[in-house]
Design a binder for this molecule. Sequence first.
Ligand code: AHR
Length: 499
Amino acid sequence: MSNLKAQVFLDTNRTIASISPLLFGGFAEHMGRCVYEGMYDPASPHADDQGLRKDVMEALRDQTYTVIRYPGGNFLSGYNWLDGVGPKDQRPRRRELAWQSTETNQFGTNEFMEFCKRVNVAPMLGVNMGTGSIQSASDLVEYCNTPSGTYWSDLRIKHGQHDPHNVRYWCVGNEMDGPWQIGHLDAVSYGNKAHEAAKMMKWMSPDIQTILCGSSNDRMTTYPEWDRTALEIAWEQMDYLSMHYYAGNRENDTTSFLASAVAFERFVDTLDGTLRYVKAKQRSKHDVYLSWDEWQVWYKGDPMQGKWAEAPHLAEETYNLEDALVVAQWLNVFLRKSHVLKIACVAQIVNVISWLHTRADGILKHPSYYAFKLVSNYARGEALDALVKAPQVETKEYDAVSMLDVSASYDAETQKGAVFIVNRSEKDSVTTDIVWQDGKTVYVDQAWQMAGTDPKQVNTWESPDQLTAKSISAPKIEAGRATVALPPLSFTVLTTHTA
Ligand code: AHR
């Protein structure tokens, strides 16, 4: 192990864009144990008066989520929202085809709204563009957002929900480019259907914002042509284009995996270019932004089909240190791309592909839980354009990449800032000078670090706190410069204020 040197230059005048609070969102799907036994578990000693898991909600509040997308995912494309509203004893049990599970419908739209209120997040609902019609999409908007005096709003009131839910964010379908999707469409058919659905939805509730399904990942053979085609058809009715991406270390090539930010940035750059192209071609004044509404590490091979069980264990990944360092880079990319990326939802908030696992009697937090929590709590204001001078790491997948992956933020109103640094080297420490170039007097308030020697290290039910974000002593800033020791395989966060 050698000790290398690096420099990170920051200037609060050199900004990228405002950081959208909606970048710290989550995704909840009727899949496996995300909803049942995760969010909703009346049998648990941790359930509240509505059967919602208090310990899960507290963990989500600690992560300061801002928005939660629901109810799917692939589940959405076979879902009739009417199954999930009204008296619980009259709701149908159904075979759910996307995950081959039995859906009891004991949790639906109104329970989700209550969950959002208790966690203090904005709801983001999806409308079914697989088996669903544009009429049923518009009906759901009416049910949720019209105050009263119409068929669907009065039905909501009859269901005990006097006040409208005022749902602002609406996903028009899910992964409609994927042949695995129930009711999969080609780009032209989907673009037309989404355009007409969004038109009705916005006529019904003019303040809503709509999200068009983009490519399911950058390996789709239709990527990025799908995105261009659907955007050209639906541009004026849409506010966001969705991105989905799951990262993994299938080849057990940790060095390349730890450089995943390169792939994340390329994905954003391509779609950013696509948005600019379509806007120019349409001679439009309207802007469409990116909504990365499914992102996570997912590759460890847990089952994905439920054999018609209720709440089967599906895709319950156990995350390790290298996964957490990839999550930290992902969040750095969100800040670095904050000019175009305005929404992001980690898939999923609990149990399924999640850094939070439940048993009836408690929860386990995987290392990436802490990485997200640090960034979602401290990245505020504007993203700074950090200049990084660091040694490089050679990777098979991405050639040479910087050893350090960095993002930073500064909120001019509170005069608080934060710096987020991943050292992706597996063996080298990097002594790093952080230099504030704008002449202001800066103080470090707090510093945290997550680090380990084994990229495969995990937290377990028996030893749940192996990998957390540990508080470390805050470095002093002298003449605008602080020196921090960044061990290999580490994520370091500093929070600052200016005098
Ligand atoms: O999050 C799990 C699944 O991954 C979602 O249902 C789908 O949209 C994606 O393929």
